[in-house]
Design a protein around this ligand. Structure first.
Ligand SMILES: C[S@@+](CC[C@H](N)C(=O)[O-])C[C@H]1O[C@@H](n2cnc3c(N)ncnc32)[C@H](O)[C@@H]1O
Length: 209
């Protein structure tokens, strides 16, 4: 049972709120209010300067993150070209283009070619790939960096609170495998929270060679 969603007051720029609503009405998968609020709370605590987002959609959580972290730069990756182009337009409209490095393409391929040291990762792309991304994310994260992975409970299917529909067993197994791997990894300390559709919050405490 969840009691928290109705208590969330998301205080973001009203122009972002309007575009989020318009995007949702068109079926664009933007983070829900409860998740975005928790993301912004986490960012306020961490105060990152280099943020990596996997799964840009149309860039509205990206803008909210950059408005919350005035000194941060964001790298973000999106597979679908129409969403990527709309995100670029949103970055221009909200005056943050110069702080964004937006990539169009498959996150797995782009992560493998990337370097840099991020202090915050918003993992919100294809859920089935989360575990596969971990190898590169570890390489790209600074000691103390936070990995915020969204949708890890997936309607209660992952925890078993709700029965998994026949066609969704594969994705549920992959998310479970991600959670098992990240919680067993001694380079991370992880907590899974019943926020939005489930958030796994992991802090990277490994040393770089
Ligand atoms: C949940 S949405 C992201 C929402 C966004 N972070 C927000 O809060 O507004 C996930 C996005 O990941 C994108 N995506 C799916 N597979 C991908 C891949 N292999 N590489 C990069 N992006 C991918 C989808 O097109 C979709 O826009």
């Amino acid at each position: 049972m969840k009691y928290t969603a109705s208590l969330v007051k998301l205080n973001i720029d009203e122009r972002i709120t309007a575009r989020r609503k318009a995007a949702l009405d068109r079926g664009i998968p933007v983070a829900d209010d409860e998740t975005l609020q928790f993301l912004l709370v986490t960012l306020e605590a961490v105060k990152p300067v280099r943020i990596l987002e996997i799964g840009t959609a149309v860039g509205l959580s990206s803008v909210a993150m950059l408005y919350a972290c005035e000194n941060a730069r964001l790298t973000t990756i999106e597979l679908e070209e129409d969403r990527y182009l709309e995100a670029k337009q949103n970055f221009a409209d909200f005056g943050v283009s110069e702080r964004v490095n937006a990539h169009l393409g498959d996150a797995g391929e782009i992560l493998a070619m990337m370097d840099g040291e991020f202090d915050f990762v918003f993992l919100d792309g294809p859920k089935a790939q989360y575990e596969k991304y971990l190898f590169d994310l570890k390489r790209l994260m600074k000691k103390g960096a936070v990995l915020f992975a969204d949708d890890v409970l997936l309607y209660g299917w992952v925890s078993g609170e709700e029965p998994t529909p026949q066609k969704r067993h594969s994705i549920v197994d992959k998310i479970r495998s991600y959670l098992e791997t990240v919680t067993a990894d001694k380079d991370f300390i992880t907590s899974v929270l019943n926020v939005g559709d489930g958030v796994a919050l992991s802090v990277y405490k490994g040393d770089k060679q």
